[in-house]
Write a protein that binds this ligand. Sequence first.
Ligand code: FAD
Length: 466
Amino acid sequence: MAPKTTTLLVIGGGPGGYVAAIRAAQLGVATVLVEGMAPGGTCLNIGCIPSKALIHAADEYDRVRRANTTSPLGIHAGAAGIDLAVTQAWKEGVVGKLTGGVAALLRKAGVHVVGGWARIVDGKTVDVAQAHGETLRIQCEHLLLATGSEPMALPQLPFSEPGGKVLSSTEALALTEVPQHLVVVGAGYIGLELGMAWRKLGAEVTVVDVADRVLPGYDEDLGKPVLAALKRMGIVLHLGCTAEGLTADGSGLRVRSRHADEFVLPADRVLVAAGRRPRTAGLESLQLDMDGRAVKVDATGRTSMRNVWAIGDLTGEPMLAHRAMAQGEVAAECIAGHKRRFAPLAIPAVCFTDPEVVAVGLTQTQAVHAGIEALSALFPFAANGRALTMEGGEGFVRVVARQDNHLVLGWQAVGQGVSELAAAFSYAIEMGARLEDVGGIVHAHPTLGEAVQEAALRALGRAIHL
Ligand SMILES: Cc1cc2nc3c(=O)[nH]c(=O)nc-3n(C[C@H](O)[C@H](O)[C@H](O)COP(=O)(O)OP(=O)(O)OC[C@H]3O[C@@H](n4cnc5c(N)ncnc54)[C@H](O)[C@@H]3O)c2cc1C
């Protein structure tokens, strides 16, 4: 039986909500978590995990296919084939293992999970519409909002009904047939990750974005190797262009460029990846201060209402799973009476494109804008042994540090497998490392990590391998 009263009620079981619930329960706070989907939220069910599973499958298929034609390694394989239904089932298996794991963790911690959609009555009362039709009313001392975010539709290109042509990332992850012509609207990380994956799986892919470059949220140098890879893969780009809507017969997408007239792109599927927005529907019954579209919170997760807390995508950018988790842990500890603040020096951002991109902390330009005299140096993977053994000689690691005392302020990297360098980058910044510290640490050989050390040494004017 679900309790009718609790100390903490969490709405949303994504990475923010489930981490907060587990941590609160660990600290002895009676906790109920309400979730309308499977536990794990966007991240596990329709975001990070299924997208990375699809990307891995696409990479494997592409590797076999390329080996058949162009492998410089002398590998020959038979004709490549893919049974997408099996691929999707494997991907769902990975998702199921992880969502099942989260359910078990919640159980073990003593969190009471209530399945159903929550409707907020007031800051201390929530009604849950359960699957069997009954409504359960729960009273709480603390209400933690972790309802996440949702894909943003374009007014001229609304998402179709299931099975239709205009898709959000959710449907684009679940396709059971490779589209012939996939048009991706949005050259941010979600659009490019999925566009590249479907290209590797055999679709003709075109990317349209109103911005003049790919990954507009990232430093321009990081986008260049990604742009080169997109072109190499045969993905057609229409940058500086806007999607105007489907053609009258629905067979294509009308696009307008800044300089030319409207033209039509053939499209049997259109993926709109034009951003996400906090899921605030249903919060009207609360009098919350907002920060644009997001719920305004302080560094503990407190909103403008006493004992009402918010974390994760609902609180705005950067909308990333690891930020939601970290905020969730802090809010739970504060609810339990501990003194904590969410004040990281840097939150890593990773694009699982091919090549991958990582950005942590400040770029040199951002440092200068912040009034800090900064120096910067990069080390190319073309001079890194491990990268070359993996056919990954493209890209670089770049470090940004204070000019005066060499305190590391930021890292940027692009290249094969650089997502795994994100931890090293974050440690250096959060632990207050200087260039001399990073340069003086013995890094394993041959690894991509040596490029991290060499970037620091180069910033000090003493790179060895360049
Ligand atoms: C395709 C894709 C790829 C992504 N890849 C990455 C990545 O590689 N790395 C990364 O860090 N981030 C990635 N993200 C973003 C990441 O998924 C989110 O930042 C993260 O899930 C946010 O966590 P959250 O807990 O704030 O919200 P969510 O994960 O969105 O969870 C919110 C939960 O609340 C539930 N909910 C909402 N309203 C109610 C209600 N009224 N009653 C009950 N339940 C409710 C929802 O069902 C949902 O499960 C990706 C997102 C997408 C879409």
